[in-house]
Design a binder for this molecule. Sequence first.
Ligand code: SAJ
Length: 403
Amino acid sequence: MKACFMGLGYIGLPTAIIAAKEGGVDIVGVDINPDVVNQTNAGHLHIIEPGMEEMLQEVVNSKKLHASTTPEIADAYFMVVPTPFKGNHEPDVSYVEAATRAVLPFLKEGDLYVIESTSPIGTTEMMAQIIFNERPELKDKIYIAYCPERVLPGNVIYELVHNDRVIGGLNPKSTEKAIEFYSRFVKGTLHKTNARTAEMCKLTENSSRDVQIAFANELSLICDKAGINVWELISLANKHPRVNILQPGCGVGGHCIAVDPYFITADFPMESKIISDAREINNYKAFWCAEKVKNSMLEFELRNHRKPTIAMMGLAFKPNIDDLRESPAKQIVSKVMQSCNNADILVVEPNVKNHNVFKLTDYKEAYKRADIVVFLTAHDPFKTLEWDEEKVILDFCGIYKRV
Ligand code: SAJ
């Protein structure tokens, strides 16, 4: 069995490696970036994922996996490319289409074609249409399915094997064929459905999380006005046996939870009221945090007749990672810096050594020097800093869980 993986990113590369190592599949991994291809063939993992580089070296050395900038003939083809959004939060499936067009000439009777990329409803049908327009002789002769991933970065080796997966074919035979492939390396249950349900399932999972975080963020805005400690409130409400509220923060970031809900709202604007409001609340939370910082700087200046020193604690989009993409913390820091160019702002991100825009300061030093301390990302080291009554502390991510 040979498989061709289109896209060697955070999901494509680990999946290809595990399919080779655990599933015994011969893999060609395809990426448009020659640097990624060269690094992969040299056994260097170009993404950060614990334990993965050793596995890559093993499958490269045993010749089970090689990378290339062009597809090769195989028995199964996997589209694992990004699906960003365009201007007005409209999903952009052009990478999926480009990858599909690239494998088109290689497809033959009996092959399996799977999309893993997060995609709007109907994408699998749309790609099938493209395939059959160009290769009408393959109609009913190849198997087409959608199978989203749901792994957590940092725990990918375990989750790729042990998580349950949803597999939706364009017809039951396609579902079976895809299940046959994934059962080579997945120990979790493979749940059968159709392609549209599988597409919507991925969007639903991430929208559900976004909506739940929005609820926590909304509570934090209400509690701020009402003089209630939101952390205590949520912890008490969660004592109810059937209530499980998530935690408020400075907004929602990352490339999944803050993006995928738009794939529903763009196509179903009238029906997706809660999903759309949740997106707005989570975006607004970052704006609100920036305003809070600016107000407390003004108050400080009025009280003390000098400008404050501010420590902005955390740039990553969630705790204990170095990933700054789509990070509300980074956005807040930029907003605050833009609005007060003379202020002494110390930017802290303990998981990153250097940044090309922000000059980074050690977290202990920044805390010591600052008049106003703004906690944006709940990194573990921050929890070792002792609460200081002398400072103004804006704890947006619950380091101290007090107000
Ligand atoms: N956040 C909160 N409050 C919370 C939990 C999270 O404000 O109580 C914030 C985080 O700080 C972060 C954002 O939400 O800014 C997203 O964090 P996350 O941990 O929910 O999600 P990701 O983006 O790291 O990864 C998610 C994972 N999904 C879930 O945890 C439900 C992963 O399983 C998915 O595979 C991945 O998205 C994906 O690829 O879709």
